[in-house]
Design a protein around this ligand. Sequence first.
Ligand code: MG
Length: 218
Amino acid sequence: MKSARIKNSKEEYAIGKIVCVGRNYAEHAKELGNEIPDKPVLFLKPASALIYSSGEIIHPEYGNELHHEVELVLLIGGTVRKADKAQSEKAIIGYGVGLDMTLRDVQDGLKKKGHPWTLAKCFDTSAAISDFVLKKDYRIKPDEKLELKVNGVIKQNDTLKSMIFNPAEIVEYISSIMTLEKGDLIFTGTPAGVSRVNRGDKLEAKLGEITSLSCFII
Ligand code: MG
């Protein structure tokens, strides 16, 4: 069982499911030639795909274009189903930064066939997470920065206010489809600037000055 680690604390949350939002930043939807959605685009990752900061991301053999997607990750603190905006906001108890690693060439092939994205998104080590900061200790701001560097060069750099759907709206929508439970994680989508990475590359992701992660591709 994987767990979410809390920064500067021994507290841990056993992770249930990982719900991910696609196309939540207009500039990123455009860079991949996708339309801007009127509802969040959802997919799942298995908890077995998780790794932590200073872990290694294993480049799968069956794809060639492994892309980084830096994302704000929400930690859910209790059971919510068909939540309204206020209940949704309350259900979010912590924030982290994560990498939704994606085999873009495989995903493009799956999209063309109308198949699910599982092969492109759910392989082992495809979800890297930082330690989480609890909301009770830090109130996140709309101008909080998301940043991703590859080998020291900034590739993705945007603020949370560029999100199409904000965290409470995302939780509200997901909870209208499926029950969210304590320890579930939500990857909230990536800003523009995704690019290919190779074995040996070092990825560093930051959410403002709050929390960060760093992983090598092997
Ligand atoms: Mg993503």
